[in-house]
Design a protein around this ligand. Structure first.
Ligand code: ZN
Length: 682
């Protein structure tokens, strides 16, 4: 009896503790069948006179209900992965993709939207509603509505297959990451590793009933070894394991090899783009983005490379000279870069990421983050204790404005087994006005992978991790502070992909401001704020190696864009060769031949960043330029905060990102602020 399936009951928040994996597939099957039925009934009813309220509104409700069913499942697949859940999840993906394509290729639906767009009523709709209809019409074309029967079917097949392939790709990365670990019995082998990382490694060993220390490929374990371990043999071994994950190289070579998946993904993306009349997948990707053309993107990236390369080369020359001075290193290997960089940073600025940790206990940082947001936008936060979650570490908060509840979010802070690495924000519920007149409030999932607290220590963050938290919270605010009441353009929905990183990168700026750091920091023992002397050093060190960081991001972005733009059916370029060509152009040090970075490049092969990785840099121009108004008016200037809230955050996807930016800044974006902030120009 699918109707008794608890997953199908609409609730204010998902009942995580009652979620049974066995219910997932039947629930999705039932929901999709019911939705198909509803759509055909709807089309009959509105036959000649579709309007927003009799047609678009019910479709939005259906989309919302499906989203409410799927988002907790998709979220759990990321944070509480298990064999059974993964199977259920992967079984549902092609069904969902099939349904989405079916809707996107439904001629009657298209005609109804078209009719509304042509009708007089269109001009009476709100800006947000008009944007929904414009987007829908565009998306019908991008889903193959204009195609003949055979290519239309082929397009649908490809979409379905691509959804499966992306999921397999990231499963391989997760499996390969978890498959490798190294037990170390002799503490001497870990000389240089900070106390906190040692504690975590000991705890990791203990949790698997092992003696000594356990090093894994999770970032909180991997990074400290690469930055601090004097033992370069260990660093090399770890580096090799990490950069060969899910590939034909390294300790687990060919076991979760993504090579053939990548070929198939590229070929199918290209084929689908050609079917729609584009020259390549990169063009298809840009059809929904802010950037005008693939050439404009490449020019943008190459121009940044041109400006940054001399700075990056100087960074690396300095590093090499330093390493030579430190000992017997004639040249620096890839696994030495982080190690000597950290030493050089300490040497130059007398400040290390580890030294800062005690000042950033996670609870304090979060309180500080809340205070920053309160100063900027007048939002207050309240923690709630009795909410049903998926793990005892998860916290839950309410957001209030003028005493009124406006949004909620889950916060899942710590790294653990079966949780995907990295940090991200996802939506659980979107803000929208329901047909019954009630306002549905937005709910967000915020996920990080910070060091687990131990018996002796709370979770202490590096400044990098603080910045990550602010970044994801910036996405969260975009989702939660939206003022839009129409689902498809509410919060992050409908925002051009290359503008999505604007609110997130924007919020990072406060991690570097003295007034804000006073709020964010407090020594975990003494509660003393970050001392002025350390603060000055931290800020002085901000642009340490920023040239090197810039060209690294440009390498990824150019690789992604050119891989999709230059794909040729008869002569598929070797992915490794292309990456090498780009490295020759923009990298400042040599990458070992066995490096298979691309095999774990989830963003591009399994996420939404295909032919879109440049978005980070593109949006950084926007975010740096947006922040420069605060530099002019004061970092806690209420009027400027209000302006950003009203013109950008609240507007969601209801207008084009360029228009919103111009409304906020009074002009189009300029690259100057980014170059200045990252120390490329002074
Ligand atoms: Zn982001």
């Amino acid at each position: 009896m699918p109707i008794s399936n608890p997953l199908l009951m609409l609730q204010e928040l998902p009942a995580f503790s009652k979620l049974e994996i066995a219910d997932i597939e039947p629930a999705i099957d039932y929901k999709l069948a019911a939705s198909r039925q509803q759509i055909s009934t709807l089309l009959e009813q509105v036959a000649n006179e579709p309007t927003w309220s009799n047609f678009v509104e019910p479709l939005e409700t259906m989309a919302d209900e499906l989203e409410q069913l799927w988002s907790p499942i998709s979220h759990l697949n990321g944070v509480m992965n298990s064999e059974a859940l993964r199977t259920a999840y992967n079984n549902c993906l092609p069904k969902l993709s099939e349904y989405a394509t079916e809707l996107g290729q439904n001629r009657e639906l298209y005609n109804a939207f078209y009719q509304i767009a042509q009708d007089q009523q269109f001009q009476r709709l709100s800006q947000a509603q008009r944007k929904v209809i414009d987007n829908k019409l565009r998306d019908f074309h991008l889903c193959g509505i204009d195609l003949e029967e055979a290519p239309k079917k082929r397009f649908a097949q490809i979409s379905k297959r691509l959804a499966e392939l992306g999921s397999q790709f990231s499963d391989h990365v997760l499996d390969a990451t978890q498959a490798w670990s190294k037990q170390i019995l002799d503490k001497q082998e870990l000389a240089g590793l900070p106390e906190m990382a040692l504690d975590s490694a000991a705890q990791a060993a203990k949790s698997r009933d092992l003696q000594g220390y356990l090093i894994t490929l999770d970032i909180p374990s991997y990074l400290p070894v690469m930055m601090y371990c004097e033992n370069d043999t260990l660093r090399e071994e770890l580096y090799v394991a990490y950069v060969t994950r899910a590939s034909d190289q390294g300790p687990n070579a060919e076991q979760w090899d993504n090579s053939s998946l990548m070929q198939e993904i590229l070929a199918l993306r290209h084929e689908s783009a050609i079917l729609l009349g584009f020259n390549n997948y990169a063009e298809y990707s840009l059809a929904t983005k802010m950037a005008g053309s693939t050439q404009q993107v490449i020019d943008f990236l190459e121009d940044l490379a041109h400006k940054s390369l001399p700075v990056a080369e100087a960074d690396f020359a300095e590093l090499e000279a330093f390493a030579r001075g430190e000992g017997d290193k004639a040249s620096i290997a890839a696994w030495d870069v982080a190690y000597y960089s950290e030493k050089l940073r300490q040497n130059k600025y007398a400040v290390s990421q580890e030294e800062l940790r005690p000042y950033f206990p996670v609870a304090r940082v979060i309180q500080g983050l809340f205070e920053v947001v309160k100063k900027l936008y007048g939002i207050e936060f309240q923690q709630q204790q009795t909410v049903d979650t998926w793990h005892c570490d998860v916290q839950f908060f309410h957001l209030l404005k003028d005493g009124q509840l406006i949004a909620k979010f889950y916060l899942d802070l710590y790294a653990r087994e079966n949780k995907r690495g990295g940090a991200w924000m996802a939506d659980c519920r979107c803000r929208r006005r329901r047909a019954d007149g009630a306002l549905q409030l937005p709910v967000a999932f915020l996920t990080c992978n910070f060091t687990v607290p131990t018996e002796a220590l709370p979770s202490l963050l590096t400044h990098n991790e603080v910045t990550t938290l602010f970044h994801e919270f910036g996405h969260g605010l975009h989702h939660m502070l939206t003022g839009i009441e129409v689902l498809s353009v509410s919060g992050i929905n409908g925002v051009e992909w290359d503008a999505v990183e604007l609110p997130s990168q924007f919020l990072e700026n406060w991690c570097w401001e003295k007034q804000a750091l006073a709020l964010i920091s407090g020594h975990y023992e003494s509660d003393q704020a970050l001392p002025a002397e350390l603060l000055d050093k931290l800020i002085a060190a901000k642009n340490f190696q920023s040239g090197m960081q810039m060209v690294r991001q440009l390498e990824f972005a150019l690789f992604d864009m050119r891989m999709h733009k230059e794909y040729q059916v008869d002569n598929p370029q070797d992915i490794q060769d292309l990456l090498q060509e780009i490295r020759n152009q923009v990298a400042v040090y040599k990458t070992p031949a066995l490096n298979r970075f691309q095999h774990s490049f989830n963003h591009v092969f399994a996420g939404g960043y295909a032919a879109g990785y440049y978005s980070y840099k593109w949006a950084e121009v926007l975010s740096a330029d947006a922040f420069s108004l605060f530099e002019e008016n004061g970092v806690f200037d209420i009027t400027t905060g209000q302006r950003f809230l009203v013109e950008i955050l609240q507007k969601g996807g209801s207008e084009e990102a360029m228009q919103l930016f111009v409304n906020y800044r009074g002009r189009e974006p300029r690259v100057d602020a980014l170059l200045r902030h990252s120390g490329i120009v002074s």
